[in-house]
Design a protein around this ligand. Sequence first.
Ligand SMILES: [Zn+2]
Length: 130
Amino acid sequence: MKPKREPRPRRCCECRRWYRPGPSAAKAQKTCGKRCRLRRRAKHEAARREADLPAARRRERARKRRQRERQTGAGPPMSRAGLSAQSSAAIEEIVEKLGHAQRMSRAGLRRQLRRLALGELARGAAEPGA
Ligand SMILES: [Zn+2]
């Protein structure tokens, strides 16, 4: 591997000031900082929108729809092909518990999941062939 040299100073394509790119972005960085980066992105997005307005409107509608679905929890139901009703119920239960996990300690979460797993095993033994 070549020894990493100090990145050469470059000209910001937005404000034309000189800057030193970060070592991890030495070849790709085009702007001096966050302000110019956001300005450059906005210009690119505006150009992209103008180049194909219908596609841009489709993208905007899709983004709004996804945001709406995220907030209301609506949207098409997830496919559960290949999962038995029992395991899919167990998964739903675990997802529900994980929703509380942020408020719970790791030990508490572990206890909950262990209890769930043991419950599954007991149910599985009680109904053979399920
Ligand atoms: Zn700049």
